[in-house]
Ligand binder design. Structure first.
Ligand code: ZN
Length: 107
């Protein structure tokens, strides 16, 4: 097994695991109980960890998680429709004024 992700926030570790599950990558969360014991936020040496079973999948797993994390951060901020210039709230992926799809720009 290889460690692919670790975070102080157990919810993020679960999120990362769900990303891998969606791509049929087997993974397991370790040290989750330690994190839960202190209310979800753990000190550095007891952070919950996400491990993949197959070392061959490690690189793909890392990329998938990194991409998903970036996307979820992107969706926290309002975006500007490139077609009509309207400011759109982050929960929408389509312009409410002209129906243009949000364009994910690499930052
Ligand atoms: Zn628009």
């Amino acid at each position: 097994m290889r460690k692919v992700y670790s975070s102080q926030d157990v919810n993020l570790v679960h999120f990362a695991r769900s990303v891998l599950e969606a791509h049929q990558i087997d993974s397991v969360i370790l040290r989750e109980q330690l994190a839960g014991a202190v209310g979800g936020l753990a000190p550095l040496d007891t952070w919950p960890e996400l491990w993949v079973h197959d070392a061959d999948e490690l690189e793909q797993a890392r990329l998938l998680i990194a991409a998903a994390m970036t996307m979820s951060e992107t969706q926290q901020t309002a975006w500007i429709c490139h077609a009509c210039g309207e400011k759109i709230e982050p929960q929408f992926t389509q312009c409410w004024q002209c129906d243009t799809e949000q364009v994910m720009t690499a930052s």
